[in-house]
Write a protein that binds this ligand. Structure first.
Ligand code: GUN
Ligand code: ZN
Length: 437
């Protein structure tokens, strides 16, 4: 199998960067290279070092002066909401009832599911995102479509059919038994097929009866290695209604705890309005809270206190995500730009190294996939994004007065979007340029 050598400015993270001067937290090569073979990075370092390890038939691609980073990761997104994004004027529960649920009923149709899954994954690649944790609709057809398209692209993605059996319209409800049966069939067919991962996906407490929560718990017991994804503490009306529906629970988090749904592989979208008790439980169980800044702003849900969650005595594991279609952009760059502002509104900062750590290694850690993606280390699967800091005239002009990598990353985050993504490699193969868009 042929080798491919990418040349460019390589940046990868080794750990959370405490400060902007914490140089030990990342590895940056001004004239760097990555040697790829059979879908993996087999050498990384300076161009001179890596080139010396390449075979004679190596294919060389020169991406200078652009940056090569691990492919970006989006830890919470709804693929059936491509035609929901930009829906006006509602907070969470009305937004779900008026816009989202009617749209998701269309995903019973296999052709529609397949079309949207295709467009969705193309869009992710165009935006430099190589791995997502995705919600499908309640219909198994939607999950089949998503996994088929993801597998065709050889992407490492995590997804699940949503389990929801109440408080939703006809055509968007399953039953405890059918949600168990459909999830189990999808796990058998897709989990571990190529790079696909299945996530057990009870939508949230409001749309699952206790009987369905028991089925989710049964799945977790049977398949303890699988991810679990759901929503937690996004909006005050949602919190109040959830607690009303589960009166025996101490608080919203306790609903999921009672059904054994918390743990290292549990991803809890939003988690904005947590009490200290809830945050302690999430920390003790190693559960992950997912910061969705564009969505939290768009739906008026609230300000996620990223730095408090990180710095508390019992810290939380944090991921970041677009949450399209509550979220308003497919780009992780745009997402972290909004995230920066949310954190600034609370009198704190997220420095550019922390931000790029979050989109790459940080999200890989949160999704428990660091052994495979999220870095440019040797042995990693070769999911890579090529970023152009001069992609637009506005960016090019600003770049004229930029003197450091930190400033450049901050510019990319603040002004960048899909136009800054020059190429994407998935398991070592170019993926953006072949889209033809
Ligand atoms: N809570 C339950 N379902 C959803 C959803 O689709 N989007 C958001 N933002 N919150 C939810
Ligand atoms: Zn969501």
């Amino acid at each position: 199998m042929t080798e491919t050598l990418l040349r460019g400015r390589t940046l990868t993270f080794l750990r959370w960067p405490e400060t902007i001067d914490d140089h030990g937290a990342w590895r940056y090569e001004e004239d760097g290279a990555l040697l790829m073979k059979e879908g993996r990075i087999i050498a990384a370092g300076s161009y001179a070092e890596v080139e010396a390890k390449a075979g004679e038939t190596v294919k060389k691609i020169d991406h200078r002066p652009h940056l090569l980073l691990p492919g970006l990761i989006d830890a919470h997104v709804h693929f059936p909401q491509m035609q929901v994004i930009a829906s006006y004027g509602a907070e969470l529960l009305d937004w779900l009832n008026n816009y989202t649920f009617p749209e998701e009923t269309k995903f019973l149709n296999t052709q529609h599911s397949r079309r949207i899954a295709r467009l969705f994954l193309d869009e992710m690649i165009r935006h430099g995102t190589t791995t997502v944790a995705a919600y499908c609709s309640v219909h198994k057809e939607s999950a089949e479509a998503f996994f088929a398209e993801s597998h065709d692209r050889n992407m490492l993605n995590i997804a699940g059919k949503v389990m929801m059996d109440r408080n939703a319209p006809e055509g968007l409800r399953d039953t405890p038994q059918s949600s168990y049966d459909d999830s189990k069939a999808l796990i058998a067919q897709w989990h571990g097929t190529g790079r696909q991962h299945y996530a057990i996906t009870p939508r949230f407490a409001i749309t699952s009866t206790p009987a369905q929560m028991e089925m989710a718990q049964a799945l977790v017991t049977e398949f303890p290695d699988l991810h679990v994804q759901t929503h937690l503490s996004e909006n005050h009306d949602e919190i109040a209604y959830s607690c009303e529906l589960y009166p025996q629970a101490r608080d919203y988090t306790d609903i999921y705890a009672r059904y054994g749904l918390l743990g290292q592989r549990t991803l809890l979208g939003h988690s904005i309005h947590l009490s200290e008790r809830e945050a302690d439980v999430l920390s003790e169980t190693g559960s992950v809270v997912v910061f969705c800044p564009t969505s939290n702003l768009f739906l008026g849900s609230g300000l996620f206190d990223y730095q408090r969650y990180r710095a508390r005595e019992k810290p939380l594991r944090i991921a970041a995500a677009t949450d399209v279609g509550g979220g308003t952009n497919y780009s992780m760059l745009r997402t972290m730009d909004e995230g920066y502002k949310v954190i600034a509104l609370q009198g704190k900062k997220l420095n550019p190294f922390q931000s790029f750590w979050q989109m790459t290694q940080g999200n890989a850690q949160a999704l428990s996939v660091t052994e495979r993606v999220g870095t440019l280390e040797e042995g990693s699967e070769a999911d890579i994004v090529v970023l152009d800091s001069r992609a637009t005239s506005v960016m090019g002009l600003r770049m004229e007065s930029i003197n450091s990598l930190a400033e450049e990353l901050f510019l990319l985050q603040t002004l960048g979007d899909d136009r800054a993504v020059r190429e994407v490699y998935i398991a070592g193969k170019p993926a953006k340029s072949i889209l033809g868009v």
